[in-house]
Design a protein. Structure first.
Length: 407
């Protein structure tokens, strides 16, 4: 990754790695605070999960408008400070014996909004910090952060919760935002394109770019269908392994580790793979590999189950790096925040719909047929991209060509 592209991007990368690692701790610790410390009911746990997702659906498009109007460096700084204070309030309240479930709801909602703004700003800042020819390497490094955090974070979180208790494990995440705030403060943000009139910065602008561009349209349709189908499958994997195949919790942990390790490897090979087969075919190959997991899980055979997890993790990185890079390279610079936020809203919306439908389908049809339906859905998303100009795209289009997308 030519470690890592350049000095300004390296500051962003370090800050995001530290904060992502801390967030992985909170992902485990916050529900444990509700369950263990506050003795939350099933209804309260469902509400906590819902309010954690809600900001992405309710404020996703607005986040893009705000990020396109504001300094992205300042967005990173203030969202880090805000999350430091919000998360820091949990161990403080626990120490004072005044922690309540309502406080967790507020923390989950507000940190969700701040994380939405931070993620949008960090993704849209990458093209400002690195040359166009280095976008694939930069996105590989950025995705490596997420994969490392999601792979190592839960294990570290479990240990911290065991040693410190859940509320005080969250203090580790709060402290991580001190580091990321400093890193963001040190970034020298380049000059941006002239700000467009407010009348040209609308909630629909990002959607119009995504669906009006001949490359981005099949990309967002493909990713949206795959996200819906993948989240249809996701909630059933542990249930299938434990209840249908009678595997041990240790085996479940092994499959998750295999997925995470493969995803990390995928981020390291995504750049060379894009250069070898072309950026479009890298995206397609990643989609195909990720689609196979449900079918291999369906067999119930241990080697094939593990193979499916490895292919899914590898595929996630092989399609994730090119799709991020294409979005950054093809969207008009002054609308990149809105394009990024619109993309996230559509994909997360698809994931929410798939997760909601997962239990209904599994109850009506049983788990195995649902896994096959999910596999078919992910392959359908791949076919959308296959029968489009993406299939023949080897390199990023020239900048002047990219700028012709609809705004």
């Amino acid at each position: 990754m030519a470690w890592v592209v350049n000095g300004e991007f390296r500051k962003l990368w370090i800050g995001q790695l530290v904060s992502a690692s801390g967030s992985a701790v909170t992902t485990v610790a916050l529900p444990l605070v509700a369950v263990v410390t506050l003795q939350a009911s099933a209804v309260q746990m469902g509400a906590l999960s819902a309010v954690s997702i809600a900001p992405h659906l309710l404020f996703g498009l607005l986040a893009g408008v705000w990020v396109d109007r504001w300094s992205r460096r300042r967005v990173l700084i203030w969202t880090d400070v805000g999350r430091l204070l919000l998360l820091g309030s949990v161990p403080v309240a626990a120490a004072l014996d005044s922690l309540r479930i309502e406080q967790l709801y507020i923390v989950a909602v507000l940190t969700g909004v701040l994380t939405l703004l931070s993620d949008t700003a960090s993704q849209t800042m990458i093209p400002l910090l690195v040359p166009r020819e280095d976008l694939i390497r930069a996105n590989s490094a950025a995705l490596l952060n997420l994969n490392l955090a999601s792979t190592v974070g839960p294990s570290v979180a479990g240990l911290l919760v065991q040693v410190l208790t859940a509320p005080f494990a969250i203090a580790i995440d709060a402290a991580s935002y001190v580091v990321s705030t400093i890193a963001a403060y040190l970034i020298r943000e380049p000059d941006r394109p002239p700000v467009r009139p407010r009348s040209e910065v609308r909630l629909s602008a990002g959607l119009r770019v995504l669906f009006g561009h001949r490359m981005l349209r099949p990309l967002v349709l493909s990713a949206g269908i795959a996200a819906l189908a993948g989240s249809l499958q996701g909630p059933l994997i542990v249930l299938f392994l434990i209840r249908e195949l009678h595997r041990s919790p240790a085996f479940v942990g092994l499959t998750l580790t295999a997925f995470g390790a493969a995803a990390v490897v995928g981020t390291l090979v995504a750049g060379p793979w894009c250069r070898r087969v072309g950026i479009g075919r890298s995206y397609l190959s990643g989609c195909v590999l990720a689609s196979l997991n449900g079918a291999l899980l369906f067999t119930g055979r241990t080697p094939l189950i593990l193979l499916g997890q490895v292919l899914a993790g590898l595929g996630m990185s092989l399609f994730g790096v090119p799709q991020r890079t294409l979005r950054q390279a093809l969207a008009p610079a002054h609308l990149l925040g809105q394009v990024t936020a619109s993309w996230r809203t559509l994909v997360i919306g698809g994931q929410a719909a798939g997760a909601a439908a997962s239990g209904v389908l599994a109850t009506a049809l049983h788990i195995r047929p649902t896994l096959l339906i999910a596999t078919a859905g992910m392959l359908a998303g791949t076919l959308v991209a296959f029968f489009s100009p993406l299939r023949g795209l080897r390199e990023l289009p020239e900048e002047e060509t990219a700028g012709r997308s609809m705004a």
